[in-house]
Design a protein around this ligand. Sequence first.
Ligand code: PLP
Ligand code: ZN
Length: 424
Amino acid sequence: MGSSVSACRLVCAEPGCKAVADRDSALTRCDSCGGLLEFAYELEATASSRWRELWRSRLGSAAPSDRSGVWRFRELLPEFGEAPPITLGEGGTPMPEAPSTAAWAGVARLTTKHLGGNPTGSFKDLGMTVAISEAARLGRPVVACASTGNTSSSMAAYAARAGLRSVVLVPKGAVSRAKLAQAADFGSLILEAGETFDQAFQALRDLAPEFGLYLVNSINPLRIEGQKTAVLEILEQRGWRAPDFLALPGGNLGNCSALGKGLRELRELGWLDRMPRILVTQAKGASPFHQMWRSGATELTPEEKPATRATAIRIGSPANWRRARRVLEMTNGLTAAVSEEEIAEAKRQLASEGIGCEPASAAAVAGVRQLRQAGEIPTSSEVVAILTGNQLKDTDYIAETSRTLDGPSPTSDVRTQLARWLSH
Ligand SMILES: *Cc1c(COP(=O)(O)O)cnc(C)c1O
Ligand SMILES: [Zn+2]
């Protein structure tokens, strides 16, 4: 491979604790304090100065683990030894500029990082390739998750690839049909459990030990490792120049935790010219993290009845809120809560310049505009907005909110409709 992998240990993520965990026992919580676990690396700027060149050189290689936008960065991932990664060619997603949306939001530059271009259509693939590789390495035959949809689509695909069985717990009637169709296509067992993601997640945690299920929700530290590569890729694609803001939607807050971890490690490597500020946007009806952050509270109060049509972020009790909070502290970050109308408007705005995405992804862009208007983001800002999911994930939403689909009256003939439309 021509380079050494960093020494890395699984430790408790809570700053006061420092307990060390055993990777092979596959726990997701610290034995001593109940905190989440994370991988800690011994990083040295000098030893790793060649990595950036190495990572870039792999783009020209034919090996699947070099072509993956996750495994290409394996010096910053946990060691897998001889075990081949379970990969579907994730990562390597485009970064289209959105000049019209920048003007609409009132900022100098807005670039999107479209993670909807991943194999199953969302950023979940970046973490799932690592989590499922771990399940395969450990010889765990059944993987499982609770999901608002995309985690299940992704888990189902990677489990199929690895030859593992997979089980999905979803809230009743709250997941888009396209996402369930993906999980079904890849052969997962799909079970409805409760009315909300939080109830489905609790049910899964109750069942997992009894049935020996390997959990791949974002409390799994391997997920976080894969997802942090989005930050490496963004910085690489920008010539290692950080933007002023990194905007993303917040649900269970795993992605915020992952991107923050990526930034922290890049800073330790000495490759960050400055720390971008992270802006987490939630939907108003599911915004417990925003409310905690804005009120200065030190504990999160769960939202019992989370409500939003952006179902990917319809989460009332985010499991990763503590580490997401530390990410906001580290990056001098911000939060926003946007209305359903603001989400729909942001989605239409992106679509007007050819960028399709999920409603949850559009929320991040709505948050940029809202905070710009509130004077919290300067007009001179360069923003990278993480678009978390693909446009085709939720076509029912588009049918319900789009002007075109409920446009010209179907009672008039085609000629009349066309003529009327052209005259506007
Ligand atoms: C999972 C998901 C989110 C929320 O990410 P968290 O890590 O749970 O905060 C946002 N958008 C899309 C499209 C998702 O699939
Ligand atoms: Zn601990």
